[in-house]
Write a protein that binds this ligand. Structure first.
Ligand code: NAD
Ligand code: ZN
Length: 356
């Protein structure tokens, strides 16, 4: 099955994927092809990609350093320079082979170099498969503020191959799972119920749920590519999740969290707030927290931590007129956007999480 992306390309996830990408590349007669990897995907994913690529073209590799800390404009500058020195022109194509850092940064670099090169996403982490590689949001961080610089441009195509997950450390599998759980909560109780019973080691079952997650994300972004309303629901758990992620990242004496780990906490907090303010069924709240905490270790927040996280919310890009806007749930599969929430309620949500 193929999933349509808005305007361009498709998500390929069956046996035709590699054939499709090879054909696409080889049809671009004068195009130079660049593959962007980080040091890990250079080791674990590039050899597989080169084996699967059935075409004739020379592939130029550009490698960046590993990690969110390098998702910044300095890394972009290095990649832009490498492209320039390698004779990249407007016909060139960039293939982003990596996790969300590579697809976010690579999409941004491609979209801005010579006013826009085409790019293809080949996500290699679960998070990038179910979330970052689809939807066209590209960009980099500004200091410790996440995704402050970026553009919305769609990839030519997205290639999903779950074989890449075999070398992915377990923590990154759970990190991606947070976004799948989010898709269930905002979109479909049926999907949420099936996710609750997931066995990560059952590849067939897991792959099916993974593809369904991409379909949910894709449906939402196709209907609302520029985030007028529906797409905002994908930010469920992210208002507080991002603030927690940024806060822990900028504090040298704190253990940083992966994106999905921070989002997992954000999901519990947002569900508590939903139950306290817009009638999310209280009996389902504990079930949501139990399901999420089965995968994610509890993080200890002091009162000062909570105060600082609340301060950071001001920087969240979803704020309007200085007011923090939350996506909340009336029920599973029934989100409501643009909800205002008092600091007191956020504080109580952290207490619920701490005491659970
Ligand atoms: P990541 O790209 O840093 O990858 C996680 C780690 O896994 C890295 O160390 C990477 O080198 C390694 N890795 C990648 N593939 C591997 C493989 N197959 N085998 C072994 N190691 C592998 O991070 P991520 O979790 O994939 O993505 C996080 C980023 O995605 C964040 O910057 C977040 O803001 C962004 N994001 C973007 C969107 C969007 O819509 N654009 C959505 C969600 C998240
Ligand atoms: Zn996310």
């Amino acid at each position: 099955m193929e999933i349509n992306l808005p305007e361009k390309g498709q998500v390929y996830h069956d046996h035709q994927s590699w054939n499709a990408v090879s054909k696409y590349i080889d049809n671009q007669v004068d195009a130079k092809i660049f593959v962007l990897v980080d040091k890990n995907t250079a080791t674990h994913c590039l050899p597989y990609f080169l084996k699967k690529y059935e075409g004739e073209k020379k592939i130029h590799t550009i490698t960046i350093a590993v990690g969110e800390i390098h998702k910044n404009i300095t890394t972009c500058l290095n990649v832009w320079n490498t492209l320039s020195n390698s004779g990249a022109d407007r016909n060139s194509i960039i293939i982003n082979l990596g996790g969300g850092v590579v697809t976010d940064l690579g999409g941004f670099v491609a979209s801005t170099f010579k006013r826009g090169l085409r790019f293809i996403n080949i996500p290699t982490t679960l998070l990038a498969m179910v979330d970052a590689s689809v939807g066209g949001k590209n960009g980099v961080d500004l200091g410790h503020l996440k995704n402050q610089i970026g553009v919305i441009t769609q990839p030519e195509m997205v290639i999903l191959d779950t074989n890449f997950l075999q070398t992915l450390p377990k923590v990154h599998i759970t990190s991606g799972l947070a976004e799948m759980l989010k898709h269930g909560l905002i979109y479909s109780e049926d999907y949420w119920e099936r996710l609750k019973k997931i066995t990560i080691d059952n590849k067939r079952e897991f792959d099916e749920l993974l593809i369904e997650s991409v379909e949910i994300k894709n449906k939402i972004v196709t209907e609302d590519p520029f985030e007028k309303n529906l797409r905002k629901t994908l930010n469920y758990g992210h208002t507080l999740g991002h603030a927690i992620e940024s806060y822990l990242l900028k504090n040298k004496n704190k253990q940083p969290l992966l994106h999905g780990e921070a989002v997992a906490i954000g999901l519990i907090l947002a569900t508590y707030i939903s139950a306290e303010s817009i009638g999310f069924p209280k009996e389902k709240l504990d079930d949501v927290a139990t399901t999420i905490l089965a995968y994610f270790p509890k993080v200890d927040f002091t009162t000062n931590d909570i105060d600082e996280v609340i301060k950071l919310l001001v920087f969240d890009k979803k704020n309007s007129n200085g007011e923090v806007r939350f996506v909340l749930l009336e029920n599973i599969g029934h989100p409501r956007t643009n909800c205002t929430v008092s600091n007191k309620l956020i504080f109580n949500a952290f207490n619920y999480y701490k005491n659970f």
